[in-house]
Design a protein around this ligand. Structure first.
Ligand code: GRF
Length: 188
């Protein structure tokens, strides 16, 4: 199962996926490409070190991404901190084969500045979610979640760090599960 990962920044979830692949824990999924709308995305370097095909699409990012997907023909696209909303043309083309990871227990707390909003709301539980991408923002159906307890003394930073650790466990697990059920039906 061919996987393309899209990033815009740090790329720690990409790192977790690459680590899982290197340890043989993603098979039969294989990361075949990493795309970014930002040249400065730190995760690109990690992908290059792993000798993965990388591409940056800075200006007309939609056309750039369409070309990248046409060239690599992924079976699955994983958004991992990709800070753009995909246009309907790409969502339709990939027909329910795009995943995203979000640092809250969706449908609670979609959008940005999640951890501060979780603390402000007095939540006792937070976590992370992997979900299918539809045309909304953080709205598609949930594939998997990990809960993280909120501590009294938490700041947005400390809570965010624990949620991120959970993300790094969740995303590879979900991709591996999807890959193990993949029959190769779409891209043959
Ligand atoms: C993660 O918290 C992810 O849930 C959100 O963006 C962040 C990306 O972090 N969508 P990284 O680039 O994977 O380190």
């Amino acid at each position: 199962m061919r996987v393309v990962v899209l990033i815009s920044g740090r790329g720690s979830n990409l790192g977790a996926l690459l680590r899982a692949m290197e340890r043989g824990r993603l098979a039969p999924a294989k990361i075949v490409g990493v795309g970014s709308d930002k040249e400065s995305a730190a995760g690109l370097e990690r992908a290059r070190q792993a000798e993965i095909d990388t591409q940056v699409f800075p200006r007309d990012w939609v056309r750039g991404l369409e070309g990248f997907l046409d060239r690599l023909r992924p079976d699955l696209v994983c958004l991992a901190g990709f800070m753009r909303i995909l246009p309907p043309s790409i969502i339709e083309k990939m027909e329910g084969r795009i995943l995203n990871i979000h640092p809250s227990l969706l449908p609670a707390f979609p959008g940005l500045q999640v951890h501060q909003r979780v603390l402000d709301a007095g939540m006792e539980i937070s976590g992370c979610t992997v979900h299918w991408v539809d045309e909304g923002v953080d709205t598609g159906s949930v594939v998997g979640q990990i809960m993280v307890a909120v501590k009294e003394e938490d700041t947005a930073q400390s809570l965010g760090a624990r949620v991120l650790e959970a993300e790094h466990r969740l995303y590879p697990r979900i991709v591996q599960t999807i890959a193990s059920e993949f029959k190769g039906e779409k891209n043959e």
